[in-house]
Design a protein around this ligand. Structure first.
Ligand SMILES: [Zn+2]
Length: 446
């Protein structure tokens, strides 16, 4: 009953209360996904042209960049022309944050998110409200591909879940978000057993989480021979979903896993549809390039660096943003009939679980996110656990590094791993990706 009310009544009413256009955007996306590939490509190019023009006019960073190149948006009339604009790196954003913000907005009017980024680099990002609504709409569309729908209760496996605090947030949580959480900062037999009990009482219809966390939970569920957890949708996000993980998760929950790829900087990038054969790219909202080492496009089937232009965020426009993941573009047409192009695979983003006291598992990706967002002065970190009682931190200093940074970092690690943990901070200039293109947030050698 609440499920139907939530989906059909509370969501639309909330949109009105919140002056949100999210459901309208969702409706537009539901329709556009069935347009043919050529029409979508044309629409995407128009959106790209508008975004370039906007960035040129309102972003001091891009205005200066165009000026230094001696070109204007009128000089960009093809994908080849667009290659003339140098890629924007994470460090460009980090070192020039204020210059990326649109002069059309007051900085205070934008929502700020400090993020661990997708490779452990800390960034301050600014979003306008419409951008967030459009991103939520894209997430709803792909949630539906997975088998979820508005109003369905969710089970979420996240680190540091945002629990409701204000009255409005609590109302929203009860009527709309309808989510139960398992905190991946502390996975052990007890927390997972409690979550199974909660699941049986609440009966969520969908399971969301980092791929590796879902896998760990599935292994636990199999180990206790629990056979009553039957979600209709499983969405694995934020990290690589390995084949053996997918197989185990699907066999334990008797439900297909929908693999999804996104990031804080630009929102949803790609998601599998119900065919589970490659990820459809979110070309309604993004221009996606796959480039070789010379920053030239790779052919379909070859891995390339993913570079993104976001059409949504007017508050902080990003052109040709290098996300530091590797993906494989595809020229296949999906049998589902959607015109959105496909990406074959994703490489990058792996993070081991680290081992806390009494065998508790700590999701490395969640811990890196938490420390980077809480502590000032960290540009990038990687956690390595060579022995049960030792954590080594490879740490790149940020521009706002000061005497408090390392003590705060050590304190945070002791909170998680106990006061007897021996922590070593290695001051490094950079943390490189591995040869296979993978960036490892955390490495457990125990
Ligand atoms: Zn499809």
């Amino acid at each position: 009953m609440l499920e139907v009310l939530s989906g059909k009544v509370f969501y639309p009413v909330w949109d009105v209360w919140d002056k949100s256009t999210k459901l309208k955007h969702t409706q537009n996306l539901e329709e556009s996904q069935w347009l043919d590939a050529e029409t979508l490509k044309h629409k995407q190019w128009q959106s790209l042209k508008e975004t370039i023009e906007y960035a040129y006019q309102y972003s001091p960073y891009y205005a200066a960049l165009f000026k230094s190149l001696g070109i204007t948006p009128d000089d960009i009339n093809s994908p080849e022309d667009y290659l003339k604009i140098p890629v924007t790196t994470k460090l460009d954003v980090r070192n020039n944050a204020g210059l990326f913000i649109s002069t059309e907005y007051k900085q205070e009017s934008l929502v700020v998110a400090k993020t661990g980024g997708s490779t452990g680099v800390s960034l301050n990002l600014y979003f306008d409200k419409v951008c967030q609504e459009r991103r939520n709409a894209a997430a709803i569309r792909s949630d539906r591909w997975a088998g979820w729908n508005l109003g369905y209760k969710r089970a979420s496996l996240w680190g540091n879940p945002h629990l409701p605090k204000t009255f409005k947030q609590k109302v929203r949580h009860h009527l709309l978000d309808r989510t139960i959480y398992l905190d991946t900062m502390a996975l052990n037999n007890q927390t997972m057993a409690e979550f199974v009990t909660l699941w049986k009482a609440e009966r969520p219809k969908a399971l969301f989480g980092h791929a590796h966390s879902i896998y760990m939970f599935a292994k636990y569920v199999a180990s206790i021979n629990e056979q009553s957890l039957r979600p209709q949708a499983i969405v694995a996000t934020s990290m690589m979903l390995l084949d053996h993980e997918r197989m185990l998760i699907e066999s334990v929950f008797k439900c297909k896993v929908t693999n999804r790829y996104g990031c804080e900087e630009v929102g949803l990038i790609g998601s599998e549809c119900e065919q589970h054969n490659g990820m459809h790219l979110n070309t309604d909202h993004l221009y996606v390039e796959f480039l070789d080492d010379a920053n030239q496009p790779v052919p379909a089937g070859d891995p390339g660096k993913i570079v993104l232009t976001d059409f949504n965020n007017k508050g902080m426009p990003l052109l040709r943003y290098q996300i530091e993941d590797i993906g494989i573009p595809s020229d296949r047409i999906c049998s589902c009939g959607r015109g959105l192009p496909l990406m074959e695979g994703l490489q990058g983003r792996v993070a081991d679980f680290l081992k806390g006291p009494n065998g508790t598992l700590v999701a490395g990706i969640s811990l890196v996110e938490r420390t980077l967002t809480l502590i000032k002065g960290l540009e990038q970190i990687q956690l390595v656990q060579p022995a049960l009682d030792i954590i080594e931190v490879n740490r790149v200093k940020g521009v706002d590094y000061d005497v408090n940074t390392d003590p705060l970092l050590l304190g945070e690690l002791q909170t998680v791993f106990g006061s007897s943990i021996k922590c070593v901070i290695n001051d490094v200039k950079e943390i490189a990706q591995e040869n296979n293109g993978k960036y490892r947030f955390s490495i457990c050698k125990v």
